[in-house]
Design a protein. Structure first.
Length: 174
């Protein structure tokens, strides 16, 4: 007896779309929005049919404003980014203006910063060269003795380690 064919779902990484391209959370938000619009229209002095019509129109308009997309962005996000763009200028525009207008204080500050970094680097190179030249013969001999001592200590530790491994092997083998 064979099992019936089963098609695996291909929408696992996508949101479930229920009505008019809206997901379940968006539909719930739209229902809350419709309830708020209905409460607002209860204040109107017209009949119930007019109130329901106004509620429907307001719900559709606010739904489009909330969930509609422009250039892949939701309308509120698009509006926010448009407002932010008005007040914030990109950094490259300022630099272009400084270079074109020849704002001397800014250019002088950049030059001072570059020369200060260069002189610091030169001083550091000079100190290294002086310390290498100041290293005398006795210091070199001390460094060689330390290296030999380190080598003998590491050789001794390797020998102790090998002996310990051999002892452990002989204990386990019996």
């Amino acid at each position: 007896m064979s099992l019936p064919n089963y098609e695996s779902p291909t929408f696992l990484s996508q949101k479930d779309v229920y009505l008019a391209g809206l997901s379940l959370p968006q539909l719930m938000m739209l229902l809350l929005l419709a309830g708020g619009c209905f409460l607002f229209t209860l204040l109107l002095p017209y009949g119930m049919v007019v109130k329901l019509g106004v509620t429907a129109v307001l719900t559709v308009l606010s739904g489009v404003l909330l969930f509609g997309k422009v250039s892949g962005l939701s309308i509120p996000k698009y509006a926010l980014l448009s407002l932010v763009r008005i007040f914030v200028r990109p950094g490259f525009e300022e630099r272009v203006e400084f270079l074109v207008a020849g704002d001397a204080p800014w250019l002088l500050a950049q030059e001072r910063r570059a020369t200060a970094q260069a002189t610091r680097a030169e001083r550091a190179r000079g100190k290294v060269a002086q310390s290498k030249a100041a290293l005398g013969r006795s210091e070199r001999q001390q460094a060689e003795l330390k290296a030999e001592a380190n080598k003998s200590v590491s050789a001794a530790s390797m020998a102790v380690e090998q002996n310990a491994k051999g002892l452990i092997r002989s204990i386990f083998k019996g």
